[in-house]
Design a protein around this ligand. Structure first.
Ligand code: URA
Length: 269
């Protein structure tokens, strides 16, 4: 990186002012005055100082969202050799990247990764949980009374759930959910349950599409909640996490979040 860019990135001066500092002989690289304008420095390797004061770049962190397909376990390495989400984000080539929370192997949708330990802790802290919105295809006809029980909070073996947002989706909303859940989720869920044959979908009357918004994140929570009211999940997909929505991101693809998106995530938690 050019020296004047390094100084500007570090917040010492504007590019033009940085050039003036260099010309005035006030900048040293590894202890030697550097008055050459195009000089290159390597952040973290070369010691750059202005008026004798060491200058460092603020640590850059990367946060990204992945559209997780079914069939990948949420871990960066798996001793059992199963496909992992690490394979899907290795193109980002960021040392220290880790998944924030987890999605079950069969669950599809928005999975966040970051190299920012503080952000990860903030989002995973039970008191700061942001709302996560799931779309589910469940077995049978889920009734309004079941939805009301889930909204109020129900007893699971690890304690009662917090109040949740639960909507039964019909018509255009159900069609939109079916498109978002996508073929791979439905295929994996239905194949498991129905011995390899694709079952009829909810749109053909064999199940119900539901939207569930949770402000907590216990292991297999959505699956256990729906099972507790007698409607096991056929397919589960996370569409949004706090202010972030999966949008048009292709299944299996990831994208790096903008500074504004990371800021919004921090404010939401
Ligand atoms: N709840 C579940 O049951 N599974 C997931 O993958 C995410 C939330």
């Amino acid at each position: 990186m050019r020296l004047q860019k390094f100084l500007a990135r570090a917040g010492v001066a504007s590019r033009r002012h940085a050039e003036a500092l260099i010309a005035e002989g006030r900048v040293t690289v590894n202890g030697a005055v550097m008055s050459e304008m195009g000089a290159k420095v390597t952040p973290g390797v070369d010691a750059v100082a202005v008026d004798g004061e060491l200058v460092v770049l603020p640590a850059e962190t990367v946060t990204l969202m992945l559209h997780k397909p079914a069939g990948y376990v949420t871990t960066m390495s798996d001793p059992q050799g199963r496909p992992t989400v690490a394979e899907l984000v290795d193109g980002a080539a960021c040392p220290g990247l880790f998944p924030v929370g987890r999605l079950d192997a069969d669950t599809t949708g928005l999975l966040l990764f970051t190299t920012d330990g503080e952000l990860g802790q903030l989002l995973l802290h039970p008191r700061h949980h942001v709302t996560k919105t799931y779309l589910a295809l469940v077995e049978g006809a889920l009734e309004e009374a079941d939805a009301a029980r889930l909204r109020a909070g129900i007893e699971l073996e690890d304690g009662p759930t917090l109040p949740a947002d639960v909507s039964i989706l019909r018509g255009a909303d159900a069609r939109r959910a079916a498109a978002l859940i996508g073929d791979d989720a439905q295929a994996s869920g239905t194949r498991q349950r129905h011995g390899g044959k694709r079952s009829r979908t909810a749109l053909e009357g064999a199940g119900t599409y539901v939207e569930v918004g949770l402000r907590e994140g216990r292991k297999r929570q959505v699956r256990r909640m729906l099972e507790a009211v007698g409607h096991p999940i056929i397919a589960l997909h996370r569409q949004s996490l706090g202010p972030l929505d999966l949008g048009e991101l292709d299944r299996g693809a990831f994208r790096i979040l903008t500074e504004q998106e990371v800021g919004a995530l921090k404010s939401a938690s």
